[in-house]
Design a binder for this molecule. Structure first.
Ligand code: PAF
Length: 284
């Protein structure tokens, strides 16, 4: 695995890779867990040479979110990626990514509003801007993202369609299903912040979501089901629910009744020091 920190060597290394195989990009902010490694494995299954980026992107952190406290473990992450057979680790410095005078911003309306966009103003602008840059830097044939951040995936796909991106094209932006712990809790670096008691209670989130999905698919009233879902999550040991919404899976329009198109149940809730997010498919 080659580790590169500057754009020129990155472009040279990727050009060389491209002669042998299609190139896949897996963008990350590091602190890698099995969810990230699943993205790498999925890329390799498709016969691609794999570039993983690790960049803790200051643009997507709000003023009240602690950018400095975000875990940085490049040596550990690098060993994990090496073991997976990753070809290039792209770890740009903040100066390489945002040189003095950097002044552009990509803002994707609609899909970035509400849900996590409501409590994290500017977050999805920061994500769209850095992902667009990563796409232009690596020019991958495919890019892989976890479905765990469903809204992020929708924002990135919308951006790729709207800006006519070709490397990757919108339909080469692949969502990979959420990796879950044995009890059903979605994997997240934030699970590590939970005490043993909180971790045991956290399973009530996916369990309550599955109950709500069965109800909605069975024709139950949507607002009443979502209210019951919030109550279940709190009864299960969560402090509060930031949101629990039924959305169109693609354009993320809010749904108050069941739709004939694929839907997504999307939830964020707080337990102990952590804010956990999860989402699941709801069939028409
Ligand atoms: O999902 C993440 O880790 C980040 O939001 C991403 C896509 C790497 C952009 O910084």
């Amino acid at each position: 695995m080659q580790t590169v920190h500057a754009l020129d060597p990155l472009r040279n290394a990727v050009s060389e890779l491209r002669t042998a195989a299609p190139v896949a990009l897996v963008p990350t902010m590091g602190a890698l867990h099995d969810g990230h490694l699943t993205l790498v494995r999925e890329a390799k299954k498709r016969g691609a040479a794999v570039v993983v980026s690790i960049f803790v992107n200051p643009l997507q952190f709000g003023a009240n979110e602690d950018l400095d406290a975000y875990p940085r473990q490049l040596a550990r992450d690098s060993a994990l990626l090496e073991a997976e057979g990753v070809d290039i680790l792209w770890a740009p410095t903040a100066e390489a990514m945002y040189p003095a005078g950097f002044a552009s911003n990509i803002s994707v309306a609609g899909v970035s509003e509400g849900l996590c966009g409501a409590s994290r103003p500017g977050h999805f602008d920061g994500v769209a801007t850095v992902v667009c840059k990563l796409f232009n830097q690596v020019m991958p044939d495919i890019a892989l993202f976890g479905e765990k951040d469903w809204q992020q995936l929708a924002v990135i796909r919308r951006m790729a369609r709207d800006l006519d991106l070709t490397r990757p094209a919108a339909d080469a932006i692949l969502g990979v299903p959420t990796v879950r712990e044995a009890d059903g809790l979605a994997m997240s670096s934030r699970n590590a912040y939970l005490s043993a008691e909180e971790r045991a209670a956290a399973v009530s989130l996916p369990t309550a979501m599955r109950t709500a999905i069965a109800a909605i698919e069975g024709g139950a009233d949507v607002p009443a089901t979502l209210a019951a879902l919030e109550a279940d999550i709190v009864a299960g040991g969560f402090r509060s629910v930031d949101y629990a919404e039924l959305r169109d899976a693609d354009d993320l329009k809010v749904l108050n009744t069941r739709s004939h198109r694929p839907m997504r149940l999307i939830v964020a809730a707080r337990i102990g020091p952590a804010r956990l997010i999860d989402n699941m498919a709801v069939n028409p």
